[in-house]
Ligand binder design. Structure first.
Ligand code: NAP
Length: 516
């Protein structure tokens, strides 16, 4: 069996790579505004109702035109997925894994193209876009290898006079509902885990990232995946997404997105509908209010860089983004001065230009919500140190914003903003910093900057989050190395990219045979 290795990133400081990327972005721009169908059982379907996906950095620029599925289209996808499941469930695990390995190869060869579309459709910076595609490749490779492991013989105790066995079988039809912010990685990760385990999938991409979903379908087709194993149904989450979640034949839902939508899915999936003969399984990964603690015994330069990158990388639109810096009194002023100085130097503008560190935020609704959180932060007594207003341009640009002297319990200290807004909170000592860090409904990522070993051990025990880091940023979990998923309202702790993940898409059958 080949060994898993994380994909390395493209070095865009190399002029040759830079110029290749620029050419690919130009090529993508020449293809803007095309129409894309729904794909059910390999059939391309167009509908009368459509919607557009837009470039957030160029408000009126349509990325593409997509079909808005209604319930009938959802039903059609369900029928096809149920039909194809009857064959797909019996395909050997190694054959299923083979499709993932092939898809990984194709994704590698189309990497710059996917990067370019992420830059245009989601406003990702080049490095962020490339990291997303690298992660998607990692998921394909890792879950392919994991399926080989789960498809092999499983250890069980042998009782004298019997032959004991345990093997894993798929669940059925799964609905995969990803967010827009890691448009290839999360979409590909959840879908590939579901299909490699022998399930069939209805993939409902985010309405802010349907183009990347379509690219993924092209890759699966090129890899030769049988038609109907994955069905691509674009449209509103609250219409076709809701319909499919409630459908009695839905066996499981793999969701990543906001707490509000996740909780609705959990609630709806818990209701037994007529004709339903199982308890639906829900894998729901949701929001965060992630904190970085800066202790007095730390390397402040490195803490400033870690917070800067975690808070403002991809405009703070990561579930893992640092939205709270909790700083021990002794170093509070020094840390803030250094952070503000560096933040003021960050460049904001269309990310099709490599030199812009921050791009636009995803859409108008998100933009307005972020600006109103900034106002709320000030109203509640926070001190605006930098940013706090839109940046120039024809897109949804917001300057990186730091609000200091935020108190524990303030709105911007508790609610997920999902934008480039950092709340800074003063803690009298390390213990108080941990208490503040834990005092939200979430528990996704966290980091601690301290050089004191005892303090590290303390945070290991007491800082309640699914992914904890020391003396480094709190974003950028790597497949296989840092399985990802949070506690509390951050979700079901499914640990994407970990050894337990595929079990969520499988059920185990135990067989005992008397030796006669
Ligand atoms: P979102 O608004 O919750 O949407 C996520 C997905 O749910 C979209 O595909 C959306 O479709 C769909 N949806 C909306 N309403 C639905 C309904 N009633 N039934 C079924 N599906 C429905 O989240 P987002 O803005 O895309 O993503 C940002 C959020 O995701 C943040 O809270 C972030 O923290 C979280 N996130 C978490 C993780 C993690 O691993 N924990 C990773 C990444 C992001 P439409 O687009 O058509 O509405």
């Amino acid at each position: 069996m080949k060994e898993f290795k994380n994909e390395s990133y493209i070095d865009f400081s190399n002029p040759e790579n830079r110029s290749k990327m620029e050419d690919v972005i130009k090529k993508a721009e020449s293809q803007l505004g095309k129409e894309y169908p729904i794909i059910i059982g390999g059939e391309n379907i167009t509908l009368e109702t459509k919607f557009k996906s837009f470039n957030p950095a160029e408000k009126e620029q349509a990325i593409g035109i997509f079909q808005k599925a209604d319930k009938d289209t959802g039903e059609k996808a369900m029928k096809k997925a149920l039909e194809v499941f009857e064959e797909w469930k019996s395909v050997e695990p190694s054959e299923r894994a083979g499709y993932l390995f092939k898809a990984a190869e194709i994704m590698r060869s189309r990497r710059l193209e996917i990067d370019a579309w992420e830059i245009l459709e989601e406003g990702k910076g080049w490095i962020e876009a490339d990291a997303d595609v690298a992660e998607a490749i990692d998921f394909l490779e890792f879950y392919g290898l994991e399926m080989l492991r789960y498809g092999g013989e499983q250890p069980v105790v042998q009782i004298p006079g019997e032959k004991e066995e345990l093997f894993y079988i798929p669940l059925g039809v799964g609905i995969v509902i990803p967010p827009w912010n890691f448009p290839m990685a999360i979409l590909c990760g959840m879908t590939s885990a579901a299909l490699v385990t022998g399930n069939t999938v209805i993939l409902k991409p985010s309405s802010d990232a349907p183009k990347i979903g379509h690219l993924f379908m092209e890759i699966l087709e090129e890899a030769g995946l049988p038609k109907g194993v994955v069905n691509y149904v674009t449209g509103s989450g609250s219409v076709v997404g809701d319909y499919l979640v409630q459908h009695p034949k839905t066996r499981f839902i793999a969701f990543t997105g906001s707490k509000e939508v996740g909780l609705r899915i959990v609630e709806q999936a818990a209701i037994t509908r007529e004709g339903q003969i199982w308890i639906k399984r829900v894998i729901a990964e949701m929001g965060g209010k992630d904190a970085i603690i800066i202790d007095n015994e730390s390397n402040l330069e490195s803490a400033v860089d870690g917070v800067l990158y975690s808070a403002f990388g991809f405009q703070g639109q990561k579930c893992s983004a640092c939205s709270r810096a909790i700083v021990v009194t002794e170093v509070y002023d020094e840390f803030l001065n250094k952070l503000v100085e560096k933040t003021k130097k960050l460049t904001v503008g269309p990310t099709k230009l490599y030199d812009n560190f921050m791009g636009a935020v995803i859409n108008e609704k998100a933009y307005n919500s972020m600006l109103s959180y900034i106002e709320k932060g000030k109203e509640e007594g926070g001190k605006l140190l930098t940013g706090g207003e839109p940046a120039e341009g024809n897109g949804y640009f917001i300057k990186p914003t730091i609000i200091a002297d935020v108190k524990p319990g303030d709105t911007i200290e508790q609610e997920e903003i999902f934008g480039p807004v950092l709340a800074v909170i003063k803690a009298k000592d390390y213990d108080e910093a941990i208490t503040v860090a834990n005092d939200t409904n979430y528990g996704l990522t966290g980091a601690v900057y301290t050089l004191n070993r005892e303090k590290i051990e303390k945070a290991k025990k007491l800082f309640h989050c699914g992914n904890l880091y020391f003396n480094r940023k709190c974003t950028g979990a790597l497949v296989g190395a840092q399985p990802f998923g949070g506690f509390n309202m951050s979700g079901t702790n499914s640990k994407a990219g970990g050894r337990d993940y595929l079990l969520l898409f499988l059920q185990a059958k135990s067989v005992a045979k008397k030796i006669v």
